[in-house]
Write a protein that binds this ligand. Structure first.
Ligand SMILES: Cc1cc2nc3c(=O)[nH]c(=O)nc-3n(C[C@H](O)[C@H](O)[C@H](O)COP(=O)(O)OP(=O)(O)OC[C@H]3O[C@@H](n4cnc5c(N)ncnc54)[C@H](O)[C@@H]3O)c2cc1C
Ligand code: FES
Length: 258
């Protein structure tokens, strides 16, 4: 099923439940969206309350094309996600997508996937679509989630800031301890984690794709609410790109994380 570009589609909530404290799984009936979706793309969720006009961008966690289902996993951080967390199963929510440019699926034999907190969800669809050997590194502040979903695709190594599960410390410390090398390294998470992963990949000569979690306005290229810097072509200076339209996934050799 196709739909008009940038249309807001009312989707039925098929499942909505807590996965961890303040983290929810939301499964929507969205056949027109999942048919086109790529790993690393996102959707805009629209709140029902008039005051919250700006959409909330949420990554595509997993798609089930046969059933037309879209799985999202989100953390409650502010007023919009708090409101959404109260929507019951059977209710409808307006969704726009798929948006942005997702990951390029490398054809190599080995892939390293790195997720931090709410950067973990897009790794599920990515792991599902990549062929070859996959190893997954996840970092959380405390209680991890989506570990079992990802274990289907390869070994999962977990780090938590508080040591409640796995390695106590950062995901990068774990990668250094395991002397992780390439194939392609795919990462999604907060900027400090992406910066560390980017530096690691550049130092080891591993190609990388980084998905940025920039604050957004419209989510589809209509404002300039989400710019990031990339190395200018030819290597001199930098240029601006829109995270929502040109990204959220960028080449680790090009994006400048400030
Ligand atoms: C490409 C992309 C994918 C994302 N995927 C996920 C995901 O899978 N799961 C998840 O939990 N979170 C994800 N986020 C972060 C999520 O969009 C924000 O946590 C959410 O918009 C916060 O909304 P709020 O109303 O609760 O917070 P508020 O702080 O009240 O939001 C106020 C405004 O700022 C915007 N905003 C606030 N924080 C962010 C942010 N980090 N990124 C973009 N806009 C923001 C909101 O959309 C809203 O318009 C993603 C962000 C981006 C850019
Ligand atoms: S959020 Fe409007 S251009 Fe990116």
């Amino acid at each position: 099923m196709c739909h008009e570009k940038n249309a807001r589609i009312p989707c039925t909530i098929m499942k909505h439940k807590a996965l961890a404290e303040g983290v929810y799984e939301l499964v929507l009936e969205a056949p027109g969206i999942v048919g086109e979706a790529k790993a690393g793309q996102f959707v805009n969720l629209y709140c029902k309350t008039g005051g919250k006009l700006l959409p909330r961008p949420i990554s595509i966690c997993e798609t089930d094309r046969e059933e037309g289902l879209l799985r999202l996993v989100y953390a409650v951080v502010g007023s919009g996600t708090r409101e959404i967390s109260g929507y019951p199963e059977g209710d409808q929510i307006e969704v726009m997508g798929p948006l942005g440019n997702g990951y390029t699926l490398d054809q190599g034999a080995r892939h390293v996937l790195v997720g931090g907190g709410v950067g973990t969800p897009p790794l599920v669809e990515l792991a599902k679509r990549l062929s070859g050997e996959k190893v997954i590194y996840l970092g959380f502040r405390t209680q991890p989630y989506l570990v079992e979903s990802l274990r289907e695709y390869g070994p999962v190594h977990v780090a938590t800031d508080d040591g409640s599960q796995g390695h106590k410390g950062t995901v990068l410390e774990l990668m250094e301890e395991h002397q992780v090398t390439g194939g392609m390294l795919y990462a999604c998470g907060p900027t400090p984690m992406l910066r560390a992963v980017q530096a690691y990949a550049l130092a080891k000569g591993i190609p990388s794709q980084l998905s940025l979690e920039e604050r957004m306005g419209c989510g589809f290229g209509g404002c300039v609410g989400c710019v990031c810097k990339v190395r200018a072509e030819g290597g001199e200076g930098f240029a601006y790109k829109k995270v929502c339209k040109d990204g959220p996934v960028f080449d680790g050799k090009e994006v400048l994380l400030t």
